[in-house]
Design a protein around this ligand. Structure first.
Ligand SMILES: [Fe+2]
Ligand SMILES: [Fe+2]
Length: 173
């Protein structure tokens, strides 16, 4: 198992679920609501699992690699900011009736924020992580990531971490 493969695989599942919403008849709000509930919970649990079990390792391992520490901190700040944008859009969707114009706008906002974020995570963060993390580390992190998700199948409490503070709390001393 490899945490970078696991994250990539879950991004593909997220893209599929967003695409699936477009396949549902517009008046079938029960199906739209059920799929969105699943996807929103998945997005929030995935983001939290990354903040618990991926980005702390990014900060730690890059700090150990000469010259890489500052980049890792900037990338992590960006990632947490992006996660918060996705969370905001999910929270906004909850303020609208499923299938309404406002709901679709919030879902589109979540999709746009998530698409941009996944692109950056895949291009930058996962790629950089593979350079500094050996296979055993990637395997162990994947197991912890999956265990976190398994423990939170019902969802996570919505948090909104301050990105700079998150980095201060998780970077190695
Ligand atoms: Fe991700
Ligand atoms: Fe992420």
């Amino acid at each position: 198992m490899d945490i970078t493969e696991l994250i990539l695989e879950q991004h593909i599942q997220q893209r599929r679920l967003f695409a699936l919403l477009d396949e549902v008849p517009l008046d079938d709000t029960a199906t739209l609501g059920a799929l969105w509930h699943l996807l929103a919970r998945f997005l929030e649990v995935h983001a939290k699992a990354e903040e618990e079990h991926f980005y702390p390792l990014v900060l730690q391992l890059h700090a150990d690699a000469p010259g890489d520490g500052d980049d890792a901190e900037d990338e992590t700040v960006d990632a947490v900011k992006d996660h918060n944008e996705i969370r905001d859009a999910i929270a906004d969707a909850a303020n609208h009736e499923v299938g309404s114009t406002g709901w679709w706008q919030a879902v589109r906002d979540a999709r746009t924020a998530n698409d941009e974020h996944m692109g950056e995570e895949e291009h930058d963060d996962l790629t950089a992580f593979r350079r500094v993390a050996d296979l055993q580390t990637r395997h162990d992190a994947a197991v912890r990531f999956l265990a976190f998700e398994a423990r939170h199948l019902g969802g996570v409490a919505r948090t909104h971490p301050d990105p700079e503070q998150y980095v201060r709390e998780h970077r190695p001393d």
